[in-house]
Write a protein that binds this ligand. Sequence first.
Ligand SMILES: Cc1ncc(COP(=O)(O)O)c(C=O)c1O
Length: 396
Amino acid sequence: MKVPFGDLRVHYAQVQAEIDGAVKRVLSSGHYILGPELERFERDFEEFLGSPYVIGCASGTEAIYLALAAWGVGPGDEVIVVAHTAVPTISAISMTGATPVFVDIDASSYVMDVGEVRSRITERTRAVVPVHLYGQMVDLDPLLELARDYNLAVIEDVAQATGCTYKDRGTAGTFGDYGAFSFYPSKNLGAFGDGGAVCTGSRENYERLVMLRNYGQSRRYYHDMVGINSRLDELQAAILGAQLPFVGQWNERRRQIARRYSQGLKDVVQVPSENTWSSHVYHLYVIQTAGREALQEYLLDRGIQTLIHYPIPAHLQKAYSYLGYQHGDLPATEHVTKRILSLPIYPELTDGQVDYVIEGIRSFHKAGPATQQGRGSESPVAVPLTPQANTPPATV
Ligand SMILES: Cc1ncc(COP(=O)(O)O)c(C=O)c1O
């Protein structure tokens, strides 16, 4: 049996009629940028989120950038964020000219340790970016209180948590000043190309975002702000709109798969722990285990693809060496980085495939030490792992 990490062709087959209809409608309309499909998707996504305002944009990275820029973050400013995230979260901060300031995570839920944030605030801090990693949320109540005290913007990175809810009070993205979404194809709501969105509760923020994503124009050829080109095109907006009605059921299927994995694996590896304040939507199912590299090889030999999100935390990446962080600066981040492994999880995965992965992991743990040591040795943090052959277009 083969269990790829993701299979977007199977996904397409499931919604082919809806997608083909949407694509045809756009192609024959002759309207490809900033048209009725984007308008409709933005209003539908507002309703889905329960947010007053949504703007579509070109990617999740630019969604975070646009939110920071709308708040006026720029050179000389500092933005507090975790290092255990997809590096694009940090790229977006760098794009404004501001300096990312890293805080550690909670090692069991993998998200920002909110208790650490206060000690990193300086007179230059302008914003904090809680990343709702793998599909569950940062504890926002204490963070929002802190942000209010210090007049910081809260920009939620919701790239991996579309549809997640917080304390049954609302949807991820709608608690901070801005929520930034990615529609990378393998996300819980994915485009068939790049895409992103920002939601906000403020009309003023919304109007700035509308200008910033379209060259800073308030109307054609009148540029009130220094903006960029970051628009969600009509094709992607129509494709996203066609899939939006299914996100709830797809998230529920992800939760079912996660329950099956956890039931089958809890006595052999550390399974993900769900925090008490948010509903996990399992963009990724991430276990921790000591013999991670050997397990990964063992599973690959049996046709099961796994990935590591992420093998090198941002503070130890070459690109950010100028910030001067050292090994040991973020102990929980560095600890989990050596132990995490993401198992395949997507709505189209069958129970048979899930059981095959469970059996593979259980048989690895039953095997002797020779198997468990693997062919190579455990990679230390900050040494890039060799890219896997045939890695599908999985999550960034
Ligand atoms: C947590 C997180 N933030 C930001 C991004 C960037 O999104 P995009 O790839 O759409 O630019 C990603 C990756 O897709 C992500 O996983």
